[in-house]
Design a protein around this ligand. Structure first.
Ligand SMILES: [Zn+2]
Length: 352
């Protein structure tokens, strides 16, 4: 179990760099000693198994890998398949956490038929969570949707016309930047841009900025909004409708912003999730506000819901209620993160 835990931890180093490939970690063990390890570091780069087995004498060793090794039957591959590599290395036993959901991968069968001993299912749940994006894409054919909300002890997520109200503590805010690094894009509604003017960048150490997606059915957002700056370098996409103002659309395009029409008068968020993989975006972190969050929840397409509940209370007539009810929270597992409670659960059948 310890070796697989190590492989899972290694896999996470690839966050933000391997999409749309899965995150994979591998550890080679001989006589209870780790003699090789690696992870899939970047899209198009060598696979975890190839890195872990590079330059070592693996004869008779055990390979722990978080995902089923790939086989030569997978089309459009950028690197050599891992199964023949594992076989040639002389590895005696392979322990796999989770099977690959990719319909063409048959690594387990191939390894077994080559005489390698295979065990599967060790820490499977953890490994599947690591590859939530990959699983949802192959099962549902759309981008993975994570929704993050920070709310007060009395279920409020902000105050209307008051700008950004700090609700969650520092520890959860650091975690949000890790999430921004993990997913391909961050999404907010136009009101969040107009009222809070956030940067929507990733400030996790070693992280990269995700693409920014803004829901704006009429193109109301101001051209000077911070989230629109650097649109030529960091990708910025506005999901809009037939009501989009043509003049504003031209101005936005000049700034490097891409416009995506999905809907007549209201952005169809479900359609959006099906369009995003065509743009190379396989996951999205919905960060607010209440209206955007509610539209994803109502459409039943939130795969993962992360809610931080602060001990603070927010009162007053302008307080905005969270779209997540107490009933929903009651069914979700939680853990402590600084002074907040963080509820984190998978909601759709594709992500479970
Ligand atoms: Zn591979």
């Amino acid at each position: 179990m310890l070796f697989m835990k190590r492989a899972l931890r290694l896999a996470m180093h690839g966050e933000g760099k391997v999409s749309p490939n899965p995150l994979v970690g591998a550890v080679v063990v001989k006589g209870k000693k780790i003699i090789g390890e690696g992870w899939h570091e970047r899209f198009g780069g060598p696979h975890a198994e190839a890195i872990a087995l590079r330059g070592i004498d693996a004869r008779g060793a055990t390979l722990y890998v978080t995902l089923e090794p790939c086989c030569p039957c997978v089309s459009l591959k950028k690197t050599p398949a891992c199964v023949p590599l594992v076989f040639k290395s002389g590895v005696k036993r392979v322990v796999i956490a989770a099977r690959d959901i990719h319909p063409q991968v048959c690594g387990i069968e191939e390894l077994r038929s080559s005489g390698v001993q295979v065990e599967e299912g060790l820490l499977e749940d953890e490994a599947r969570k690591l590859n939530e994006v990959h699983e949802v894409f192959f099962k549902a054919g759309r981008a993975f949707c994570a929704l993050k909300i920070a709310q007060s002890a009395n279920g409020k997520i902000g105050v209307r016309k008051a700008g950004k109200v700090q609700i969650s503590g520092k520890a959860f805010d650091c975690y949000v930047h890790q999430l921004r690094n993990r997913y391909d894009a961050i999404l907010v509604g136009a009101n969040t841009i107009i009222e809070d003017d956030p940067l929507l960048t990733c400030r996790a150490p070693g992280g990269r900025n995700p693409a920014r997606i803004i829901l704006d059915s009429r193109l109301r957002i101001p051209l000077h909004a911070k989230a629109l700056q650097n649109a030529k370098k960091d990708r910025v996409i506005i999901a809009t409708t037939d009501l989009a103002n043509p003049k504003k659309a031209r101005e936005l395009k000049r700034k490097g912003v891409a416009l995506l029409r999905c809907g007549k008068s209201k952005v169809d968020v479900k359609k959006l999730l099906y369009l995003l993989p065509k743009l190379g975006l396989f996951s999205v972190l919905v960060e607010g506000g209440a209206k955007a969050a509610q539209s994803f929840l109502s459409a039943g397409i939130v795969d993962r819901l992360v809610v931080a509940v602060s001990p603070k209370k927010i009162n007053g007539p302008n307080a905005v209620s969270s779209p997540v009810s107490r009933e929903m929270l009651r069914k979700m597992p939680y853990y402590r993160c600084g002074r907040d409670r963080v509820y984190d659960a998978y909601l759709t059948s594709y992500s479970k």
